[in-house]
Design a protein around this ligand. Structure first.
Ligand code: NAD
Length: 261
């Protein structure tokens, strides 16, 4: 039921963090994984460490021609695109959080950096649109496929704990996933969303390296800790495999139950 052996898998933002977790577990189960990321050195390191049939290409999810060319290269090498993880993302950055990751008192709308707003929405929302569009084109031709999008529990929280543009983009992602599940179901394409709580990655590092903030996040979790990459692998494998054959349009929180508090 968890059989993904030989499947052709793309992971955007797979050179580090959560995307790396997806790439690792799919590769461990025999999938042919292609990582697409802007971090060339990170791709090389991750591909070497994961080994097996994993490989990577430099591609920016906001560069439509470049991303399309990267998908074409995967088609040339694998002959199919069975599973796409639309995972690449960036944080809200300066202007929304201070250097230690606390909410910046200057983070009022009149002080927002327009460039940062544009880039966060461009990567975290439009980048998902670009990725899903290509995935849908390839998967419709094959009459089937799996799309898994990394959103965030931040999409459901009203207080601006991780920066307003990030949260607005992730809320948009949740809605877009539901729209795409409705549109693509008839073609045998399942579209689901993973909504992580705090995981120790580059994005969350600033916040979680701060002992006070880390303790607050740990206390928020019903099981008293933040997430590790091992925690996310089972869900990624489930959504990519025949086990989840009747699941689409789902938004699955993986946050130690913190949304229940
Ligand atoms: P990360 O920084 O470790 O990984 C993000 C990866 O995306 C990096 O390898 C980066 O180079 C790549 N990337 C950035 N911009 C890109 C672009 N334009 N095109 C292609 N690749 C790009 O952080 P992460 O936490 O692993 O983030 C992965 C996803 O998880 C993001 O969508 C993030 O919003 C989401 N998320 C993370 C957490 C958390 O606590 N870490 C919580 C909820 C959601």
């Amino acid at each position: 039921m968890f059989d993904v052996a030989g499947k052709s898998v793309i992971v955007t933002g797979g050179a580090s963090g959560i995307g790396r977790g997806y790439a690792e577990v799919l590769a461990e189960h025999g999938a042919r994984v292609c990582i697409l990321d802007v971090d060339s050195a990170g791709i090389d390191r991750t591909v070497k460490e994961i080994g097996g049939q994993t490989w990577g290409q430099v591609a920016d999810v906001t560069d439509r021609p470049g991303l399309a060319a990267a998908f074409d290269t995967v088609m040339e090498r694998h002959g199919a695109i069975d599973v796409v993880f639309a995972n690449a993302g960036i944080d809200a950055g300066p202007g929304f959080l201070d250097p230690e990751g606390h909410r910046n008192p200057d983070g009022q709308i009149e002080n927002f950096g327009d460039d940062r707003w544009d880039r966060v929405v461009e990567v975290n929302l439009t980048g998902v649109y670009n990725t899903l569009k290509l995935a849908a084109i390839h998967m419709k031709a094959a009459q089937g496929g799996r799309i898994v999008v990394t959103s965030s529990v931040a999409s459901q929280i009203n207080e601006a704990i991780v920066g307003v543009p990030y949260m607005a983009a992730k809320a948009g992602v949740d809605h877009f996933v539901r729209n795409m599940a409705m549109e693509l179901g008839a073609f045998g394409i399942l579209v689901n969303c993973i909504n992580p709580g705090p995981f120790m990655t580059n994005i969350a590092g600033g916040r979680l390296n701060n002992p006070e903030d880390r303790a607050a996040f740990e206390a928020q979790s019903l099981i008293g800790r933040i997430g590790t990459l091992e925690d996310i692998k089972g869900l990624a494998l489930y959504l990519a495999s025949p086990c989840s054959s009747y699941v689409t349009g789902a938004q699955i929180n993986i946050d130690g139950g913190s949304r229940l508090r």
